[in-house]
Design a binder for this molecule. Sequence first.
Ligand SMILES: [Fe+2]
Length: 253
Amino acid sequence: MIFVPMWDGSMGCASFLFGDEALGQGMVVDPLENIGADSYILSATELGLEIKAIVETHVHADHHSAARELAEKTGLMVSLSHRAPVAYAFNPLSQDDVLDLGHACATVWETPGHTPDSISLVITDSTRSNEPWFVLSGDSLFVGDVGRPDLVDPTPEMVREAALEQFHSIHEKILTLPDTTELYPAHYGASACGGLFLSPKPVSTIGFERRWNRFAQISDPDQFVDQVLMLLKPPPESAAAIRAANLGVPTLA
Ligand SMILES: [Fe+2]
């Protein structure tokens, strides 16, 4: 398997290109406007990969996505959670759907919390093992932190409910992966999507986070929710406008 993280340190955003080099099939996850659709196409071409899928782990509110532009240029549809409220045609994904590139496979896990439509992708390379190699955790489990639950609906009740969903996504899904599974979240560093403990490191392992991530250490759901809400940073001013642009609507209703 070929795996190329494509990071934008200025925003603390991660995107990924990976695929099966033998079959020449690749996938792009969370492409960034700051990097540009053409860069993903060029990188894939240089690696001998034809882009076969474009996946968004959720509708982003902190940066402009390049997913639709990349879809137009490649003739593909963007793949998103079936819960994504976007205003454009997309390929809906549900729990346990498999995106098959040959020996490289991505299994969809619905991991709501940061947003209702948040998904993670569990990646295996069958030339080595059927055991997960890495997880693209979107904005569920971060390195040192978790995705904030307050960017979609700011009412206190909804935020609390979203934080509780985040607890279940992380403790009942992401943290069930083996310790050796590598963790590649959608954000790191100065990203607006995390809290006060978001690490500047873009990569970790499930085992490391199980041991050192303060939110992985909290087994009580109410305590988890209280901690997440207590450690929230101020919401970014541009979140509603960016989310509306990524939804494909001029303004939020
Ligand atoms: Fe996000």
